[in-house]
Design a protein around this ligand. Structure first.
Ligand SMILES: [Zn+2]
Length: 686
């Protein structure tokens, strides 16, 4: 498929090219929409789609109702209810140059002769389109674009986004459909990636795909932990006209009064000329780098609704709006070296070292190379001049080689880079699981890179927070053979440390004091520091609270773990695998012997009214939040479970408990307790 992503041979048979393009676009479409992990840039995708549309229009005999040109969006998954959109959810046509925008503005003017046309300009948020439905002022549905005519109702997930009103302000329409964009602001996105890295999980590439993937999660609790945002950009014209609001810009202001987050300040403006439109584009071309979220262009709309109606739509997009897409920032620089970094889980990541170059307002010296396939696909050689792009991604990536400026083929050209076959640190042959792109060093026990990675994680701020011990010292200790795992840290003595380079008495004292101090760090952070794959900060906290002490981890089964709150099968498998590994167990036992906190500090129990009960909390409560209800359960001796099973002994049900849960509880004969009975039981008035 790589031949399809760029140039192709113009002599190619058109029929074969059509097939090839359809195939490639279906695959890219799937990667983008279903897997939320794009393989090419939007611009490349648009170029391929345009080429296909062109060929198809010249060869109507090869038309296909399933061609990628016949649909607006992507495949639907089976997880959520599918609902028809009130009106098709179309994409805007894209433009990449000032000329295209001017031509569009001219067509608009030609379609409205003798009219003074006004343009409303706003930011093109780099997120996911959403259609919000309100009835009686209450959010009843939130539909994704889906295939444009049929969307998926992800209301339960969207309802977790604080900028989406669940109830509208008084005076809003009885029935309302309103559209906006859900996106992931940088700050929350970066924090999410930090916590994934800490849990040994792959980091997300960019905020847009992460927002898309988040909306389709089955677990809305996980969604709620990811701080998504929503900005409104379209109110149904018929609704607004009925209310006497006659322009898009005024409609947006009206929506703000109903409780929606809408663009303010310089991010929504009205212009009377194409020059003013281009001034707006120019401003944001630079100013976008200071925004707390990503945008990928500017949307320009004809402001007046009556004008919009007169211009109408094509089959695929409205004639009265256009998106101007910013150029992806790209630079050309020299590939100086490739470093193969081994993480604490053994994953080997190639990182390109570049000659420093300016890109998107920052100096770039490193670029992501993802994996061996990527290096092979690019055919990289050291010294090549490479193109580096920074799209929605945080880490720039190499997208191609400037062959005209790079090595000539021949005797003196360096060979194409080859992914190493052995670990750069311990020389163990690397392994690659079937269907996985990632290489791993399997020498988990002794590979110095993995040992260092695990110890650095253990002493990190959110884990043991050992003062006086940094990455360089850890590297020294591992290299000197003084430390092989976290437990060895607590056996260090001053006489071991003093002979080390740059180790004065004072730094030794600090280090040893830091280690002693770390023995007071609470159990949940010790648990997080152990570096169990998929056990991040939040899960560690939850596990510590549910299981209470380290001993409980040694005997628990996967099934018992899955029944706990916040624990899925992947986490459960990982926990059990770690605690049944003799090396890990030995280390944990030594840490216990060293006096680390291995028991959760439970707040003094408020009572024992719920002792022995395994309780599922469901629904909405009137005198407390669901979290408070759960805290009460634990404080009164009960144990929390996330789903109803034969082990459940009681259900604490608020309002709106789902019918499926109710049925399951009844079929298993589990008693259901309402809020009032719960409150009287824990206060001993039963
Ligand atoms: Zn290794």
């Amino acid at each position: 498929m790589s031949s399809v992503t760029g140039v192709y041979l113009p002599t190619m048979d058109p029929k074969a090219r059509i097939e090839e393009l359809r195939e490639a676009l279906h695959a890219h479409n799937h990667s983008y929409y279903v897997l939320a992990s794009p393989t090419i840039s939007d611009r490349e995708f648009d170029a391929l789609l345009e080429e296909l549309a062109n060929l198809e229009s010249h060869h109507p005999e090869w038309a296909d109702p399933n061609s990628p040109t016949c649909r607006v969006g992507g495949d639907l998954t089976d997880k959520f209810d599918k609902v028809a959109h009130k009106s098709p959810m179309l994409s805007l046509s894209n433009s990449y140059s000032v000329e295209e925008v001017s031509l569009w503005a001219q067509r608009v003017q030609d379609g409205l002769p003798d009219e003074k046309v006004e343009f409303a300009m706003e930011l093109k948020y780099d997120g996911v389109a959403i259609s919000l439905w309100y009835e009686g002022g209450v959010l009843v549905r939130a539909l994704t674009r889906g295939d444009g005519s049929l969307g998926e109702d992800v209301r339960s997930n969207v309802a977790t986004i604080p900028t989406v009103p669940l109830r509208l302000m008084p005076g809003s329409p009885e029935v309302l459909e309103i559209r906006g964009e859900i996106f992931f602001p940088w700050e929350g996105f970066n924090a999410l990636n930090d916590s994934r890295a800490e849990a040994g999980e792959a980091e997300f590439a960019n905020p847009r795909n992460t927002a898309a993937g988040t909306l389709k999660l089955q677990d809305s609790k996980e969604v709620a932990r990811r701080p998504l945002d929503c900005m409104i950009y379209n109110v149904d014209a018929a609704t607004m006209t009925g209310l006497g609001v006659l322009t898009h810009a005024d409609a947006v202001k009206e929506a703000a009064r109903w409780g929606f987050k809408v663009p303010g300040g310089r991010s929504l403006e009205v212009a009377g000329s194409i020059e003013e439109v281009m001034a707006f584009v120019d401003h944001w071309e630079t100013a976008r780098h200071d925004l707390p979220f990503a945008i990928d262009g500017i949307v320009i709309k004809v402001n007046r609704y009556d004008h919009q109606r007169r211009l109408g739509m094509t089959a695929k997009s409205p004639r009265w709006a256009i998106a101007y897409k910013f150029e992806t920032e790209r630079a050309c620089t020299k590939l100086v070296d490739v470093e193969y970094q081994v993480g604490r889980t053994g994953a080997v990541t190639p990182v390109a070292k570049l000659q420093a170059v300016q890109l998107g307002g920052t100096t770039v010296k490193n670029a992501s190379l993802h994996n061996a396939d990527q290096i092979a696909k690019l055919g990289l050689r050291l010294g090549d001049m490479v193109f580096v792009e920074k799209g929605g991604e945080i880490i720039p990536k190499i997208v191609g080689v400037d062959t005209s400026a790079s090595h000539e083929e021949g005797l003196f050209a360096p060979p194409a880079l080859e992914f190493p076959s052995v670990c750069p640190e311990c020389e163990t042959p690397l392994v690659r699981a079937q269907d996985e792109a990632q290489h791993y060093c399997p020498n988990a026990v002794a590979c110095p890179a993995q040992v260092r990675g695990r110890i650095i994680h253990f002493i990190s701020r959110k884990a043991m927070n050992v003062e006086g011990l940094g990455k360089e010292t850890v590297a020294q200790l591992v290299a000197a053979g003084l430390v092989r795992d976290a437990a060895d840290l607590y056996d260090l003595r001053a006489e071991d440390l003093l002979p080390l380079e740059r180790m004065a008495q004072k730094s030794v004292d600090n280090l040893l004091a830091g280690l002693v101090q770390s023995k007071t760090v609470p159990f949940e952070r010790v648990l997080f520091g152990l570096g169990i794959r998929h056990v991040g900060e939040t899960v560690a906290k939850q596990l510590a609270r549910s299981l209470g002490h380290i001993g409980a981890f040694k005997s628990i089964s996967v099934e018992e773990l899955v029944a706990l709150e916040e624990v899925g099968p992947v986490i459960a498998d990982s926990v059990v695998a770690h605690f049944s590994d003799p090396n890990f167990e030995r280390m944990v036992n030594r840490l216990v012997a060293s006096g680390l906190q291995m028991e959760a500090v439970v707040q003094a129990p408020l009572g024992h009214a719920l002792e022995g009960e395994v309780i599922v909390v469901s629904g909405v409560f009137s005198t407390m939040s669901r979290d408070e209800a759960k805290t009460s359960v634990v404080a009164h001796g009960g144990r929390l479970a996330s789903s109803i099973s034969s082990k459940t002994t009681l259900i604490l049900a608020g309002e709106n408990m789902g019918p499926a849960k109710l049925k399951k509880a009844q079929s298993l004969g589990i008693p259901i307790m309402d809020e009032a009975s719960f409150v009287s039981r824990i206060s001993g008035q039963e």
